[in-house]
Design a protein around this ligand. Structure first.
Ligand SMILES: O=C(O)CCC(=O)C(=O)O
Ligand SMILES: [Fe+2]
Length: 537
């Protein structure tokens, strides 16, 4: 009963006419020999199957690692010079007899036990190691080393595996010369099971790419720097190696480097902070003090001389003291900036944005969900947010003659740049719809090239018959929607613009009557647009 491991799927094989084994058949029974890389599993059971370990538990981390493989030791075998020859396995080194005569089975068990198993009488130990190897390989597929947990280093693999299928067992040595992880050499070399879905082999180029991935994955599994990504570095498609060999890693990197990371040798990119580094030149737009400076410019210089007079700015909440140390007139309670700007958009601009939103189609809004294996975050539909939205991220929206000036204005009024802003998020609330108390600051942005959200400028695009106010829960302030009006508030602290200011929690109160249309402009501390283009937001 022979089995073939085809990319982790253990298939009973059919015997072909002429005696050859067909590794797999397609739907109509035609042998597809040669199409896949595979490992023949012999009757003696020495070649275990290596399951594909793609399942992830809810936190995307996989299950905890099982205990490191415990390897057999030859302790107690103090009579190795007279060890009986054991016919059930062969020596691998022709000098075994010589070594054994000078006490090698005992003095150098790490080598002798496995290379001179017959001479030293340790075939059972080799078999046990072989079994351990099966588990090692299985665990290697399915059981990630969690950072700082267990003895990940002991999972080192050997780099000395020769391309010789008769060498059943090879081993890695730790610094202490104790064998640690055993692998079947032939399994290791002829299968790519270890790195996700088995690969279709159509050409020599594809085969070469698989061989290259295997070499690369040895490094991934031994080099510290891959610790956080190695367990999720897997080919997610059977054609990854074929595509990689045809240049797709370069032509189509946004798919390939994540979904075919072993084939593209891009495991490190599964760590979003490595894939999405904050490059030199991508500076923060705000230093300490810039928030207060901006808001004072908007509110206090609008007495007829400033640029902002047309918006009739009002601070519903602000710090008690001005930057020059004088008390802000009439301000009793110290608070974060909440500033209302009248007529921020014209009625024509408001109508046009709503019209584009309707044409695009509003869909149920989602929050930021769980981290995905590639380090980005999934969308999450929840009861805390029942509104519908769409994004102004196509040129047909943001380049519209009535929309482009609004996007520009957001940057000008806030002293930021268009590249720092997310594409406008267009919102629609029907009666009963709301967005419960939340904060717009998103923690994981801190280590991403877009930086954190520093400001929200929320634009009301119509008059709402009843309800639908924006309520700042901790401040007891509610802003009523009014067509063209905007409300501007920070998500961060003046003195630490990377840190969240929890005081600006807010919610969109349920609409009671009519429909509410609005738009969010979220402004980031670094270049958001570039991050967006590179899938790094
Ligand atoms: O609709 C509103 O008034 C506020 C919406 C909001 O806070 C958000 O979308 O983050
Ligand atoms: Fe919000």
């Amino acid at each position: 009963n022979r089995h073939v491991v085809v990319f982790g799927v253990d298939m009973t094989t059919t015997q072909r006419e002429g005696g050859g084994v067909c590794p797999a058949t397609d739907a109509d029974g035609t042998c597809i020999d040669g199409l896949y890389t595979n490992v023949v599993v012999d009757d003696d059971g020495r070649h275990g199957s290596a399951g594909v370990g793609m399942e992830e538990d809810e936190d995307g981390e996989g299950e905890g690692m099982r205990n490191p493989v415990v390897l057999p030791s030859d302790e107690g075998d103090d009579d190795d010079d007279h060890a009986e020859k054991n016919g059930s396995c062969a020596d691998e080194d022709e000098r075994c007899a010589t070594y054994a005569k000078s006490g090698g089975c005992k003095s150098n068990p790490g080598y002798m036990t496995y290379h001179c198993a017959s001479t030293c009488g340790t075939c059972d130990a080799v078999d046990a190691a072989a079994k351990a190897a099966e588990f090692a390989v299985k665990d290697w597929n399915t059981a990630p080393c969690k950072d700082d947990e267990y003895e990940c280093k002991e999972w080192a693999v050997s780099g000395e595996c020769e391309v010789n299928p008769n060498h059943a067992v090879h081993r890695a040595w730790s610094a202490t010369r104790r064998p640690r992880v055993f692998l079947y050499c032939d399994m290791y070399h002829s299968s790519s099971n270890q790195f996700g879905i088995g690969q279709r082999v159509g050409s020599e180029e594809t085969k070469a790419r698989i061989a290259q991935s295997i070499e690369y994955m040895k490094t991934v599994w031994t080099d510290e720097k891959f610790l956080s990504v190695r367990h999720r570095c897997m080919n997610q498609h059977e054609d990854c190696s074929f595509w990689a060999s045809s240049g797709e890693c370069e032509k189509n990197p946004s798919y390939m480097i994540l979904q075919c990371a072993p084939a593209c040798s891009t495991c490190e990119k599964l760590d979003i902070s490595q894939r999405c580094p904050i490059e030199p030149g991508n500076e923060v737009i705000w230093k300490a003090g810039d928030l207060n400076a901006l808001m004072e410019r908007i509110v206090d210089d609008a007495d007829g001389s400033g640029d902002y007079v047309q918006y009739n700015p009002t601070a519903l909440s602000r710090p008690k003291l001005k930057r020059d140390g004088t008390p802000a007139p009439g301000v009793e309670k110290d608070g974060p900036w909440i500033v209302v700007l009248e007529n921020f958009v014209s009625p024509e601009e408001a109508d046009r944005i709503v019209e584009i939103g309707k044409a695009q189609g509003y869909k149920r809004s989602a929050d930021v969900g769980k981290e995905k294996p590639d380090g980005s975050h999934a969308d999450h539909v929840s009861e805390s947010r029942t509104s519908h939205n769409t994004w102004c991220k196509e040129a047909s929206c943001y380049d519209d003659p009535l929309v482009a000036p609004v996007v520009e204005r957001v940057a000008n009024v806030t002293g930021t740049e268009v590249k720092n802003a997310e594409y406008l998020q267009l919102l629609q609330y029907e009666p009963g719809q709301y967005y419960r108390q939340h904060h717009d600051y998103i923690f994981h942005h801190r280590r991403l090239p877009c930086g954190v959200r520093i400001l929200t400028l929320f634009i009301y695009l119509n008059d709402v018959e009843e309800g639908g106010g924006t309520r700042f829960n901790r401040l007891g302030i509610t802003v009523q929607p009014k067509k063209g009006k905007a409300v501007l508030w920070p998500s961060v602290k003046d003195e630490h613009p990377e840190e969240k200011d929890g005081r600006t929690d807010h919610e969109a109160m349920p609409v009671l009557k009519g429909i509410k249309y609005g738009a969010n402009a979220w402004i980031h501390n670094r270049d958001y647009k570039k991050a967006y283009e590179s899938n790094c937001q």
